[in-house]
Each structure stands twice: as structure tokens, then as C-alpha cells.
Design a binder for this molecule. Structure first.
Ligand code: PDD
Length: 287
């Protein structure tokens, strides 16, 4: 079966999906995107992702081409057409096609592109063994709360991680961890408190982060939303990341230093289980 993508109103084989040369997404990275996990063929926490998409579009003043119901229908249809049971749906909206000029074009129509990826989430090796992380300076702009297409700093950060034998980069600003290259970062102190950076323009408001905060509160796990330093992270009992395509994944080393005993920790495992339970029972999703 050929891979089907969605482009500007049509479902097409990927080979036929062409974006014009002067698309502002290509020329300027002038657009925003979303990514939603798929489990058992269903979208995980999709409404929260669409809410964030609406906000990203508003913040960069690109008109939203679809209602929430229309977006959901397109995502579900693409998942169905590609037979995805476990993986990821990616969708992006750019300001459209116009002669290269920085100011907003007068009559451009937003470009909408969507694809799926098949990916093991529940049985991912990273979830079983944990991953290594390295820290890098956070080189990004000051509106990281917008899920912008401009990902050059993250591309460089994650490539540096790979070259150091790690699977994710934790970006650092003024000595404090902001977040992962494509994930939210958490530590668990030796006292058993789960610590995560509070929302601000310095980080993306992770949807998995948000759901996990609500779920862990319900499970009676102690939470602290505050900044944490790299040294605190080195000294943590456990650490983990969250993202729509990985859920909750243990971190077993940071900059080559073992976290805790260097194995996935019990609280992280419990949080992963709690999240998976929510994701496999979408009607009970955390609000
Ligand atoms: N990345 N922080 C950043 C910088 C991210 O890019 C992501 C997601 C997250 C986690 O957010 P969420 O839980 O909503 O996925 C945090 C996606 C998965 C990506 O770019 O592939």
C-alpha cells in the first residue's frame, strides 16, 4: 500500500504531494505544526493538541483553515487510510505561497500538510531500557510556547546528542534546564517529588506534560512546578521525558553521569503506566 498524505484538501500518494517553491514554510519556516500520538488506531488527547494548534496559529496570525471537528476528521481519515494502529500524526500549516517578501502576503491561502508515521510506542526499547541525555545551550528564540516550524536549534541540539551517543538533548539557559529537543523534561528528587519547569514563553506547553500532571495529582504523587538546574538533574533519583510520540520515557544518564542507579526508576514506571492507562481509555482523558 502506498503511503498516503494529506495536502491542501486532498489525500494523495506521497510521491504526488508537491508544495510550490515559494511556500513560506519552505522560505521562512513561516508556519506552525502539531503532532499527536496514535494508539490502538485512535488519536491520543487530540482535543488538547488541537487547542494548542489554534493558539499557535493565533499567535503567528495565520488563519485556521479548519474547525476542530474538521481537523479531527482529517486526522482520523489519514490514520485509517494508512492503517496506522500505533504511531504519530503530524500536521502543519504555513502562511501559504507568495513571492518572497517578509511582510504577510495579501491573499495567500494557508498550506496544510499532514502525514502519519508508524512507530512502536508501548513496546519501544527506549521505554524499557531508558535513554541517555546530554545538555546543550538553548539557542532558540523567545517564543518557544509557539509550536513553530523553526526547529534549527533543535536539529543541532539533537544531532549533538546523537554524536555524543545520546538519544535526546536537554537544552539549558542560565543554568536551568528548559526542555528536551522534542520533549518535556522532568526530574524526581531523592525525596520523591516530581519536578517540572513551569509554563512560560521559555518552553512548549507539552500536551503529554499537561495530562501527566493531572494524572499524577490524582494518583497522589507530589509535584513541583519550578525551575531546576543541571546539577540538580545530575543528583536526581530519577529523570524522564514526555512527548506525544513517546509518552513517558525514563532517562538513565545525563552527560554520561548515571541518574539514580542508572536504571529506569519506579516512579517513572508508575507514571508511564498511568499515562498508558489514560491513552488506552480515551474517554477518561485528563482534562
Ligand atoms: N515534540 N518540547 C518540545 C520542544 C517539543 O518539540 C515537544 C514535542 C514537547 C512535548 O510536547 P507534547 O507532549 O505535546 O508532544 C516538548 C514533537 C513530538 C515533535 O516535534 O516531534
Amino acid at each position: 500500500m502506498s503511503r498516503i498524505v494529506f495536502l491542501n484538501g486532498s489525500f494523495l500518494p506521497i510521491e504526488e504531494a508537491k508544495v510550490p517553491f515559494m511556500d513560506r514554510g519552505f522560505m521562512f519556516g513561516d508556519g506552525v505544526y502539531e503532532g499527536v500520538g496514535v494508539l490502538e488506531g485512535r488519536l491520543v488527547d487530540n482535543d488538547a493538541h488541537l487547542e494548542r494548534l489554534e493558539r499557535s496559529l493565533r499567535e503567528v496570525r495565520i488563519p485556521n483553515p479548519y474547525t476542530r471537528a474538521e481537523w479531527t476528521h482529517l486526522e482520523e481519515e489519514l490514520v485509517r487510510r494508512n492503517g496506522v494502529t500505533e504511531g504519530f500524526v503530524y500536521f502543519q500549516v504555513t502562511r501559504g505561497v507568495a513571492e518572497r517578501d517578509f511582510m504577510f502576503p495579501e491573499n495567500a491561502v494557508p498550506t496544510v500538510a499532514m502525514f502519519t508515521q508508524v512507530k512502536a510506542i508501548l513496546d519501544a526499547p527506549a521505554a524499557r531500557t531508558g535513554i541517555a541525555v546530554v545538555t546543550v545551550p538553548d539557542l532558540r528564540w523567545k517564543r518557544r510556547d509557539i509550536k513553530s516550524l523553526n526547529l534549527l536549534a533543535q536539529v543541532l541540539a539533537k544531532q549533538a546528542a546523537r554524536e555524543a551517543g545520546a538519544q535526546e538533548a536537554w537544552m539549558v539557559e542560565d543554568g536551568f534546564v528548559t526542555e528536551g529537543g522534542s520533549s518535556s523534561g522532568f526530574i524526581i528528587t531523592r525525596e520523591g517529588r516530581v519536578v517540572v519547569r513551569p509554563l512560560s514563553n521559555a518552553i512548549l506547553p507539552g500536551i503529554t506534560r499537561k495530562a501527566l500532571l493531572a494524572l499524577s495529582k490524582d494518583a497522589g504523587i507530589e509535584l513541583e512546578e519550578r525551575l531546576f538546574t543541571v546539577d540538580e538533574a545530575y543528583d536526581a533519583a530519577e529523570a524522564f521525558l514526555t512527548s506525544a510520540s513517546m509518552f513517558v520515557v525514563p532517562i538513565v544518564s545525563i552527560d554520561g553521569r548515571a541518574i539514580g542507579n542508572g536504571k529506569p526508576g519506579p516512579i517513572t514506571k508508575k507514571l508511564r503506566d498511568i499515562y498508558i492507562r489514560m491513552a488506552t481509555a480515551p474517554r477518561m482523558a485528563a482534562e
